[in-house]
Structure formats: structure tokens, C-alpha cells
Write a protein that binds this ligand. Structure first.
Ligand SMILES: Nc1ncnc2c1ncn2[C@@H]1O[C@H](COP(=O)(O)OP(=O)(O)OP(=O)(O)O)[C@@H](O)[C@H]1O
Length: 343
């Protein structure tokens, strides 16, 4: 090969490398790289994430933020890498840095842990612990719907998720609202321990892109009508959305099926004195009549909660801490002897 061609090739390779390096550096600086690095947050390079995800080989889902890929880190930890498709749709640096720092520092057994992030891209990529069983939505209504779910297991899922929300609502001087609670954002590990995901993403993704996703996916059923009027999420918006998840847990029906809204169907049946007809029969089936009756009473008590959580008047809705307390009482009764649950 003539020497001149070799020289041109070397110069071109170097130029491409340099352009890429500068672009990475520009995004890294804009995304608050130096600040986040100085705070001890795990920062991955784009190359490392490519290796971790084996070239973005296996996508495990897609949400308002973008696609999610499974990966394995050098220390053999399975992770879920979220890559945004929304170019340029980024928060101001200070807000982004604050949100990532907060998410990185909080720790709760029922929250999906942020492992780190990659700041060399237009919109940063987020790396989370991988939660193997996927979402509660898919376990209740999708691919995992054959999995038997006893009443105590459903109560544990509800209690763990509610505890994560209570923790976030009371953590630090700023209360942290989730803003997108739904069964699709509650992931389950191998022991069916719930882990609330997507915390803070209500802030990381513009409301406009989230809103259009809600409309398309039917997730509007979870959205507090007060948010629609005021445009502001509060802790009580999470309480509202959690009420819908509780209904899904007791009925094993999706929040919206066909033209039907689970909440409207449930309230209508209750008003007609027929609220029990929507309970999932699996919870009540079995050859022990006394136990079925006992579970029916537990379900009656649990299903009072969504009625309160979904109240139009936010002041009449319970706090998440009150929801946890009530669910724990029902759990103690459901797992214990067959004493009456009426109160
Ligand atoms: N940490 C994780 N572990 C395992 N699977 C995950 C993880 N995070 C996300 N997933 C999978 O990827 C899917 C998409 O997740 P993502 O949080 O991006 O969007 P979503 O919650 O479904 O929708 P939206 O962003 O609109 O709320 C989830 O339903 C889940 O199946």
C-alpha cells in the first residue's frame, strides 16, 4: 500500500477519534460529569456500557425514557441499562445532578437501586440493578399470569411497594414524589419482593413525552385527576395511583380492559352491593370453606383502601404511611388464625 494512503488513513482515524472524544467531553461537562464524579457516583463510559450490554444485544423493554437493555458488569452484577431516545430532552444541569445524587444515595430494599450512569451521551444513560421477574403488570396480566399468587404474597407485594413510597415521601427536606406509580413500575425479584422503579424519572423525562405515552399505553387510568387539573404531582397523587394498583392486586384485572376502567367497574359493583364479584377467584378457591371465608373478609378490608386512596378530595386520601399500617394489619390477620377481620 502506498505510504500516502497509510498516512491519510491514520490521520482520518485520528480525526474521527478526536471528534468523538470532544463530543463525549462536551456531553460529560454539560451533564455535570465532574460534579457527579467528585461525589463518588459510578460513571460509566459509552464504551464500557457497550461492553456491559454486549453491544445492546438484548432489549428487555421500552418506556417513556427510552429502551432498556440487560447487561452484566465486570464484577458479574446483572444490570438494566436505560438509554434515552429523546435527543436533547435534558434537564438543566443542576436539577439533573441533584436528582442523580439523590437517587444514588437513597437506599431501600423495595426501591430499584441506581448503580451508576453514563454522561458521555446527549441524554445520560442510567444503569440500574436488574430485577429478574419483570413487572407486577406482566406477572398479573401478561406473560407471568400463570404464576399462582396467594393473598399473603399479594399483601407482601402491596406492603413492600407502599413502604418504598412512604420512605420516599418522608426522605430528606424535599419530599420525593414518584409521579408514575403503576403495576408496570413495580418490579419483582426472584422471591417476589417488590422493587419500585422509575423513581425520579417523572423529573428526568419531560411531562410532554410522558403524557403522550400515558395516552397511548392506557396508563392514564393511574393518573390523579387533580394532577390533570393542576399540573402538579403531590404525594397524594402517588396515593391515588397506588389505589389503582391495589385494585389490580385484589382483582387481577388490568387498570383498563377494553373500554372498561377497573376503578369505575369496582365502584359501580360496590354501589350495587356486589363489590365482591370482582375479587380474583384464585384467592378464594380451595377446599377449605373457613379459609375462603376468612380471605373474603380480608379482601373486603383491603378493598376499602382503594376507595379512600381514589377520593377526589386529596385531604380525604390516606397517607402512604397509613396505607402501610392498614395493609400490615390485614397481613397479620390473613397469615394468622381465622379470627374475624371486621373492624
Ligand atoms: N431494573 C430493571 N430490571 C428489570 N427489568 C427492567 C428494569 N427496568 C425496566 N425494566 C423493564 O423494562 C420495561 C420498561 O421500563 P421503563 O421503566 O423504561 O418503562 P415503563 O415503566 O414500562 O414505562 P414508562 O417509562 O412510561 O413509565 C419495564 O416494564 C421492565 O419490564
Amino acid at each position: 500500500m502506498p505510504a500516502v494512503i497509510i498516512v491519510v488513513a491514520v490521520v482520518a482515524t485520528f480525526a474521527i477519534f478526536e471528534v468523538k472524544r470532544r463530543k463525549h467531553r462536551r456531553f460529560f461537562d454539560r451533564n455535570g460529569g465532574d460534579i457527579l464524579k467528585s461525589m463518588g457516583i459510578n460513571i460509566f463510559t459509552e464504551g464500557q456500557l457497550k461492553k456491559i450490554t454486549n453491544g445492546y444485544k438484548k432489549s428487555i423493554g421500552e418506556g417513556a425514557f427510552g429502551k432498556v437493555y440487560i447487561g452484566v458488569t465486570d464484577d458479574s452484577q446483572q444490570v438494566a441499562v436505560k438509554c434515552s431516545t429523546a435527543k436533547g430532552d435534558v434537564l438543566p444541569q443542576e436539577e439533573f445532578v441533584n436528582e442523580i445524587t439523590f437517587q444514588f444515595r437513597i437506599s431501600h430494599a423495595n426501591l430499584v437501586r441506581l448503580v451508576g450512569c453514563c454522561l458521555e451521551t446527549d441524554v445520560p444513560m442510567l444503569v440500574f440493578e436488574f430485577v429478574p421477574r419483570g413487572s407486577l403488570h406482566s406477572v398479573l396480566h401478561g406473560a407471568g399470569k400463570t404464576l399462582p399468587l396467594s393473598l399473603p404474597v399479594r399483601l407482601d407485594i402491596a406492603i413492600g411497594s407502599a413502604e418504598a413510597l412512604t420512605y420516599m415521601h418522608s426522605h430528606g427536606c424535599h419530599n420525593h414524589v414518584h409521579g408514575d406509580i403503576k403495576s408496570g413500575n413495580i418490579l419483582l425479584d426472584d422471591n417476589l419482593t417488590p422493587k419500585v422503579s422509575d423513581f425520579g424519572s417523572a423529573k428526568l423525562v419531560s411531562v410532554a413525552s410522558r403524557y403522550s405515552k400515558w395516552c397511548v399505553s392506557g396508563d392514564m387510568s393511574y393518573i390523579d385527576p387533580i394532577y390533570i387539573k393542576s399540573g402538579r404531582f403531590t404525594e397524594k397523587s402517588d396515593v391515588y395511583s397506588f389505589g389503582v394498583v391495589l385494585l389490580e392486586l385484589v382483582t387481577r384485572k388490568p387498570a383498563k380492559y377494553g373500554d372498561n376502567s377497573l376503578y369505575i367497574d369496582f365502584i359501580r359493583s360496590k354501589e350495587e352491593g356486589n363489590g365482591r364479584k370482582l375479587y380474583d377467584e384464585e384467592i378464594l378457591s380451595g377446599d377449605d370453606d373457613a379459609r375462603s371465608h376468612h380471605h373474603m373478609e380480608c379482601l373486603d378490608r383491603i378493598s376499602r383502601l382503594p376507595v379512600q386512596c381514589l377520593k377526589e378530595d386529596v385531604d380525604e386520601r390516606p397517607t402512604m404511611a397509613e396505607v402501610v399500617e392498614e395493609l400490615k394489619e390485614v397481613k397479620a390477620i390473613a397469615s394468622g388464625d381465622l379470627s374475624s377481620v371486621a373492624s
